[in-house]
Design a protein around this ligand. Sequence first.
Ligand code: CO
Ligand code: CO
Ligand code: CO
Length: 316
Amino acid sequence: MNVKKHPDLIVGFEHADDAGVFRLNPDIALIQTIDFFTPMLDSPFEFGRIAASNALSDVYAMGGRPITAMNIVCFPADELPKSVLQEILAGGLEKIYEAGAVLAGGHSIDDKELKYGLSVAGLVHPEKVLTNCKAQVGDRLILTKPIGTGIIATAIKGKLADEKAIQAMIAVSATLNKKAAETMLRFAPNACTDVTGFGLAGHLLEIAKGSRKSILLDTSAVPVIPQAEEYARMGLIPAGAYKTKTFCDKNMSIDLSVNPVLADIIFDPQTSGGLLISISNNNTERCIDAMRQEGVEAAVIGKVTGDHKDGFIAVI
Ligand code: CO
Ligand code: CO
Ligand code: CO
């Protein structure tokens, strides 16, 4: 596909980044993103909250602030009562308002398979756009949510998840990355993305490739939802995790001492995961402290160890 370049398109199609960014004038750039998916749990309201948190997250990952959102809905009107759709939209609206954005419209079509999400517009200063490609040697890597939501979603699908696990997944996935993002911006981060479908390791590799760096990932420091670890030990790993593992294979080494369960969990596709931030060693501790004060479960999970033209991750 031949996509035209434009001098004001700061982040476009060629980057594997979270959103597109277009400079409107020297002080303001527009961030545009769209995300929608099928439900991973039975509660329409919680599904709405999770899908909206996920869509808004890409604006936060670019260092921006969401301003407007539009609903995108595929709904089987013959099979489900309208109240289901109303609950989904109410859940989404709660998160749009929490983000400080407004609902500006939307579009729905009749579809056999229910899907919901948002198209979100945000603003950022053109020189403060955060991408995957500016991680520096010596940086520390911060993750702002525990991982394991894909494993719990797989357990829900197999009717194996207990209520506690479902609530744990909702608590993580429906948390907006707003506080994490606002706090991060106070400490001059170098690069950022959010952890979604490619899992922690896959998104970390995007930073390594984009920044042409080698990264050390310390699995013992990675926060994991306890129920997810339990299910992973029972072998409940989503197929997507293995696909990502194969995809990452030639740019990654996993030390033999790594717990094999953790070696799978790092590839678990996340629904509305946390921010993954590359930040100077000097600012790391203060940033982590500030995040914890805001109630963000942030952890330092690795560091940028050197230059590497293809990008590489050493997992220990
Ligand atoms: Co993203
Ligand atoms: Co996205
Ligand atoms: Co980004």
